[in-house]
Write a protein that binds this ligand. Structure first.
Ligand code: DQA
Length: 150
């Protein structure tokens, strides 16, 4: 059994109402429920956390290390393009993570095309809407199964 953490950054609490042309109609609650279900079916546990503040997200990443979290799934929202401090937190705890974006950030404004996280991530999923979270869960579950075999 692995311990997983789904982290969502600023404004993602507004999913379902926020710019649905970019982010779709699914709420964060529905995404979290679906991911939790996928984790349980695979025999893992998933904690979910969303916050709008950089420092609180950093503290949650430090806490993940104390808790023995094995893998993080992270949509850093706007901090993707600005936060050295959040990137440093992930580097410090050395927990593998997948970077998720609902929208295809590479098809949008130039300032969204740089991420402070991608070079550190196990992988990046961008542009598949809410389905991207399920794809990330599938990837994490397979990674964990592969680690057990090797
Ligand atoms: C986002 C993309 C970011 O550029 C944006 O600031 C977000 C959401 C996405 O999921 O597509 O808040 O991370």
């Amino acid at each position: 059994m692995a311990r997983l953490l789904l982290l969502n950054g600023p404004n993602l609490n507004l999913l379902g109402q926020r710019e649905p042309n970019h982010y779709g109609a699914t709420t964060l609650g529905d995404i979290e429920d679906n991911c939790r279900q996928l984790a349980i079916e695979a025999g893992h546990t998933l904690d979910c956390f969303q916050n709008n503040s950089e420092g609180t997200l950093i503290d949650r990443i430090h806490q993940a290390s104390t808790d023995g979290v094995d893998f993080i799934l992270f949509n850093p929202g706007g901090y993707t393009h600005t936060s050295v401090a959040l990137r440093d937190a992930l580097a410090a705890v050395k927990i593998a993570f997948i970077e998720i974006h609902l929208s295809n950030v590479h098809a949008r404004e130039p300032f969204r095309q740089h991420s402070y996280f991608s070079a550190l991530a196990t992988g990046v999923i961008s542009g598949f809407g809410a389905q991207g979270y399920a794809l990330a869960m599938q990837a994490v579950i397979e990674q964990i199964a592969g680690q057990k075999q090797s």
